[in-house]
Design a protein around this ligand. Structure first.
Ligand code: DAH
Length: 355
C-alpha cells in the first residue's frame, strides 16, 4: 500500500479508536492507561510515524501536520474526559452515605512495655550503676561449688535444706560435679571474683530457683546481687552505699537500720530495713504492709567472708569487701501493693496493663 494512503487511513481509524477508548474509560486510572497505550512506543500512532520516511517529500509536511493535529486532539479529549471523570467522582462522593463523625474511632494497636519485674530490676541496677557499680550476669544452671561450697556453706549446711534446691542431672558429668538451678544470685560473686582482680564493684540480677510455693514465694523468682572488693573496705562503706541506695529507692529522707543477721558467706552479716513508707498517720501501728512494725526488710548484706575471697584466689589479708542481695518481687509487691506473687507470672494483660 502507498505509505501516504496508509498513514491517512491509519490516522482516521486511530481517531475513531481513541475517542471510543476515552469514552469507555470509567476511572482516571483507566483513562491514563488508555492514553499511555495510544501514545506509547508501541502505540499505533508511533507505528504510523515510522512510515513517514517512505512518504514522498512533497507530501510529508501535510501529513506531519495531520499527525500533530491528531496528537493535539488526543490531549484535548484526554483533558476533557479527565475533568468529566473528576466531576463524576466528586458527585458520587457527595451523594454517597455521608461520613459519620459520631462513629467511635479505631484505637491504634496497644503498645507493649517491659514487665513490671523487669522495670524494677532495671531501676535497681541503674541505681547501683549510678553509684559506680558495673553490671555482670551469671548462669541459672550452676555448679554446687559456685552456688554453695565456695560461698562457705559447710557441707550439709541447713541452708541447702532451707533453700531446698532443684538438682539437675547432667548426662556424662563426673559424679562429683553436682549441678543445680542456682538458689540465689550470689553465684555471680564467685564467678566475678574468680575472674577479676580487685578493685571491683559489680551488680547482677536474674532468676533464682527454690522449692517454695505460696502467696509470697514462687519456685522461680528474681534477685539482685552486688558486691565491692578493694583494699581498706569497711562496714562503714557498706552502710554508706546501701543507705544511699535505700534513699534513692524509697525517698531522700527515709530512715534505715542495720540489724545483725547470718549468712554463711559474710561476717558480720546484717539485714537492712527501711522505715515503712506505707504507714500513714491513720495506719500507724496497724499498717498492713509492715504489720505494725514500722520497718520493711529490704536486703541481706555483710562483709565478704575471708574464706570466700580465698576460694576465689583473692588475698584476704590485703583485700576486704561487702556484699548484698535482695529480692526483686518483694520490692515490686511492696511498691504496688501486690498481695499475691503469682499474678506477676500469670501474664494476664489486665494486670500487666496497669504498669
Ligand atoms: N543470697 C542471700 C539469699 O538468697 C541474700 C544475700 C544475703 C546476698 C547477704 C548477699 C549477702 O550478698 O551479703 O537469701
Amino acid at each position: 500500500m502507498d505509505p501516504t494512503a496508509e498513514i491517512e487511513s491509519g490516522l482516521s481509524a486511530f481517531g475513531e479508536d481513541f475517542r471510543a477508548q476515552f469514552a469507555a474509560a470509567s476511572s482516571e486510572q483507566d483513562l491514563r492507561a488508555a492514553r499511555a497505550e495510544l501514545l506509547g512506543k508501541k502505540g499505533r500512532l508511533t507505528q504510523l510515524l515510522k512510515l513517514m520516511g517512505k512518504v514522498p517529500a512533497d507530501k510529508r509536511r501535510e501529513l506531519g501536520e495531520a499527525v500533530n493535529a491528531t496528537k493535539q486532539e488526543v490531549e484535548q479529549s484526554f483533558e476533557a474526559r479527565l475533568k468529566e471523570l473528576g466531576a463524576a467522582a466528586r458527585k458520587a462522593d457527595l451523594e454517597a452515605t455521608p461520613f459519620d463523625l459520631s462513629m467511635p474511632g479505631r484505637s491504634p494497636a496497644p503498645r507493649g512495655h517491659l514487665h513490671p519485674l523487669t522495670q524494677v530490676r532495671d531501676e535497681i541496677l541503674d541505681t547501683f550503676r549510678d553509684l559506680g557499680f558495673s553490671v555482670a550476669w551469671g548462669p541459672q544452671v550452676e555448679l554446687e561449688s559456685n552456688n554453695f561450697t565456695k560461698l562457705a556453706f559447710p557441707p550439709d549446711h541447713p541452708a541447702t535444706d532451707m533453700q531446698d534446691s532443684f538438682w539437675v542431672k547432667v548426662e556424662g558429668a563426673p559424679a562429683d560435679a553436682r549441678v543445680l538451678l542456682r538458689t540465689h544470685t550470689s553465684n555471680v560473686q564467685v564467678r566475678e571474683m574468680s575472674r577479676h582482680e580487685p578493685p571491683m564493684a559489680v551488680v547482677s540480677g536474674g532468676a533464682v530457683f527454690r522449692r517454695d510455693d505460696d502467696v509470697t514465694h514462687s519456685p522461680m523468682f528474681h534477685q539482685i546481687e552486688g558486691f565491692l572488693v578493694d583494699e581498706n573496705v569497711s562496714f562503714a562503706h557498706l552502710k554508706g552505699v546501701l543507705t544511699a541506695f535505700a534513699q534513692r529507692m524509697y525517698g531522700e529522707h527515709v530512715s534505715v537500720r542495720f540489724r545483725p543477721s547470718y549468712f554463711p558467706f559474710v561476717e558480720p552479716g546484717a539485714e537492712l530495713d527501711v522505715e515503712c513508707v506505707f504507714c500513714t498517720e491513720t495506719t500507724k501501728g496497724d499498717c498492713r504492709v509492715c504489720k505494725g512494725t514500722r520497718w520493711l526488710e529490704v536486703l541481706g548484706c555483710g562483709m565478704v567472708h575471708p574464706a570466700v575471697l580465698e576460694h576465689c584466689n583473692i588475698d584476704s589479708e590485703r583485700f576486704t569487701g561487702f556484699a548484698f542481695g535482695l529480692g526483686v518481687e518483694r520490692v515490686a509487691m511492696l511498691r504496688y501493693g501486690i498481695p499475691d506473687i503469682r499474678v506477676l507470672f500469670e501474664n494476664d494483660p489486665r494486670f500487666l496493663a496497669q504498669f
